[in-house]
Design a protein. Sequence first.
Lengths: 134, 293
Amino acid sequence: MTQKPLELILARNLMSALSTPAFLVDEGGVLVFYNEAAGLLLGRRFEELGAVGPDEWGSLFGPFDTEGEPIPYDELPLVVAVRNGRPAHADFEIGSVDGSRHQVEASAFPILTAHGSQGAIAVFWPASENGAGS
Amino acid sequence: MKVKLWGTRGSIPSPGPETIRYGGNTSCVGVTLSDGSLLALDAGTGIRNLGLALAAEPARLHILLTHLHLDHIQGLVFFAPAFRSQTEIVIWGPASAEASLRDRIARYISAPLSPVEVRELPCDVSFRHCPTAEWEIGPARIRAASVAHRGPTLGYRIDDGDSSLAYIPDHEPALGADLDLLEEDWISGLGLARDASLLIHDGQYTDAEYPDHIGWGHSSLSHAVSFARRSRAERTVLFHHDPMHTDEQLDRLDAEARQRWSSGGGAGGGIELAKEQSEYELTARAAGIASAT
């Protein structure tokens, strides 16, 4: 068992206390946690799913563009943040396990430390709650 | 590996008749490795007595600092070996993007806080940032990792032969987390403490005090016991006593810790509160630990 970096541990602890949907990936792009609010959005709790590799999590929930087409993995804010070490923002739709779609705004930022990038956090804001994207 | 507690108190020295048995000196633990090499874990006021006990030896020693809060470095300028020209001292500590370890320590060892400057210390002193990978000192393998506290803070793991010591004196692993439910790899510090022969861990607050100190970087008694249980350390010593806690209060906390430990299925003698001057001889885990005092 490998200990997670402290920055990821603290990020998860913070995210657990938020009512805003939030996602956490490690430096390799593995989805290592999302919080209860994100679970409600996706229709599945993280505890049911577990960690998901970078090649899988995109296909599990979309995301989809305004035409309903899957957005390329490399263009997702979380991926841009973890790979390029800079924040990224996008509007898109994600799919829930019940087949419904949710339009969201997503902002991601990298977790940069003295030892380099440890991963990235993305916060989702349902577009219907602030009028954006409508 | 031999371990001696030279300072067990947190925050500020608290000498007086009410703290005689558990001690009033701040954090310092002496570790003698199997080849006789000496490590000092932190340099609180307890390091003064460690230095006095060393007489004219050794020629070289290592000080491993968890972080630079004053209760962990205050004893540096009162450490006798630092004033001997024949002594070589290597000080290890956490890196910071803001300044080097030497420059950060020099803020304390300089005017007007100190009568001497780092450059004036007669000993041969050097400062090293702890690497992220394991490294060796004498026969020991040393590992440092960031742990949940205020500011850049490390915990240490020292493996010497088949025995191991985990030292995490300032630690709040339960901040925003349930230690009883969380997966092991998501618990701060657990990678250092797992299966250690001896775990020295923060246990500053009572459960009643903790709610008023959430986020201060320290553990409640219950959290410390839970962490110890999750670590499966052979023996745990709760450390960094609150300066307001008298010997009588610490006796009660010691009894409570033992009760919580045994009610959770822990073996007898698996947990206790740290007492200044206590000594432990660590042998292979299966062979157990001998307590000299």
